[in-house]
Design a protein around this ligand. Structure first.
Ligand code: F6P
Ligand code: MG
Length: 352
């Protein structure tokens, strides 16, 4: 031996050194200033994830972490204390970064500017700080969702019209899943990669590269309590899976967890519109578009039922979309029920 490790140990060490920030540089195959910025940006998202994970893991032992604040957010939802904390964590993580000039989240009516970053910070971070917050108080899986977009324009008055563009404008997207372990999944348009937080190092370490979603999977994931509020074609699809062998239902009430299962094992997640709310529940800019970006990168599909989700242009910051996402064959099957229903009821709406 010449003082160097043998190859097996060297490979194990290389694997342990594949942190999030290093992986971004490897993905972009560059050490340019732009690549360094994106690497630093992902590193700060990782920091936010670690802070949130730490607080979740100790929530039952601390005062004033669980429960509601008594306030209602712009979506009309009751705000939890962890929603407020996690929303602030992402802001604090990007202060004095020179990276992100503007953040927009589920918890804030208008985008939040960090003026000191704006002269050089060219990115906007869109995020859902705590997704599935109904699960917080019962210690079940929760997540955060994020997307990065290039900032076009500097309207500090806050109307942020440049954000009203399709999901194809996303530079990167991902989510964090706070489960038995904390994982971070991201894409920058070159495949989907998963990192696991190693608590002994305090680092996200690469655990799976280039995730591919199977073309078909057994799981359908939907809140069937809404059955009687759905339009007919969604009801017909659910009747179809009930009558055919090989399907199984899984629904945790937290999008990130349900989506992660589909990404890894295949199947379909649905949050369709209802008769009263045709646009559904989930928000485009920081929930459905980031996950749609990931699933396309993994070889799957995301749809509103009639349109590719990544082509939808929101009309406002907190716009909602019906959402069907997962294995391409399963998404196509749901779409076929919708198309058939339209063909029968409004044939003129079907393109020749
Ligand atoms: O962010 C909204 C959300 O909490 C998702 O995480 C989840 O998939 C969905 O709402 C659950 O909604 P419902 O309780 O209506 O099924
Ligand atoms: Mg959410």
């Amino acid at each position: 031996m010449d003082g160097l490790l043998d190859l097996d140990h060297k490979h194990a060490l290389d694997r342990d050194c594949m942190t999030l920030s290093r992986h971004v540089l490897q993905q972009l195959q560059s050490f340019s200033a732009d690549a360094q910025d994106l690497s630093a940006l992902m590193n700060r998202i990782g920091l936010a994830a670690k802070l949130i994970a730490r607080r979740f893991s100790r929530a039952g032992l601390m005062e004033d972490v669980l429960g509601f604040t008594g306030q209602t957010n712009v979506q009309g939802e009751s705000v939890k204390k962890m929603d407020v904390y996690a929303n602030q964590v992402f802001i604090s993580a990007f202060e004095q970064s020179g990276l992100v000039c503007r953040l927009a989240s589920e918890e804030m009516e208008k985008p939040y500017y960090i003026p000191e970053n704006c002269p050089i910070g060219r990115y906007t971070l869109l995020y859902d700080p705590v997704d599935g917050s109904g699960n917080i108080d019962i210690n079940l899986n929760i997540g955060s969702i994020f997307a990065i977009r290039q900032q076009e324009g500097m309207d500090l008055d806050g109307d942020a019209r440049d954000l009203l563009q399709s999901g194809r404008k996303q530079v990167a997207a991902g989510y964090i899943l706070y489960g038995p372990s904390t994982i971070l999944v991201y894409s920058m348009g070159r495949g989907v990669h998963m990192f696991t937080l190693d608590p002994s190092l305090g680092e996200f370490i690469l655990s799976q590269e280039n995730i591919r979603v199977p073309d078909h999977g057994p799981v359908y994931s939907v809140n069937e309590g809404n059955f009687w509020q759905w339009e007919e074609p969604i009801q017909d699809y659910i009747r179809y899976v009930h009558r055919h062998e090989g399907y199984t239902a899984r629904y945790s009430g937290a999008l990130v967890g349900d989506f992660h299962r589909i990404l890894m094992q295949g199947g379909v997640f649905l949050y369709p519109g209802t008769v009263k709310k045709p646009e559904g529940k989930l928000r485009l800019l920081y929930e459905t578009a980031p996950l749609a970006y990931l699933i396309e990168q993994a070889g799957g599909r995301a749809s509103t039922g009639t349109q590719d989700l990544l082509d939808v242009i929101p009309d406002k910051l907190h716009a909602r979309t019906p959402f069907i996402i997962g294995s391409k064959e399963d998404v196509a099957l749901v779409e076929s029920f919708i198309r058939e229903h339209t063909r029968q009821t409004r044939p003129e709406a079907i393109a020749p």
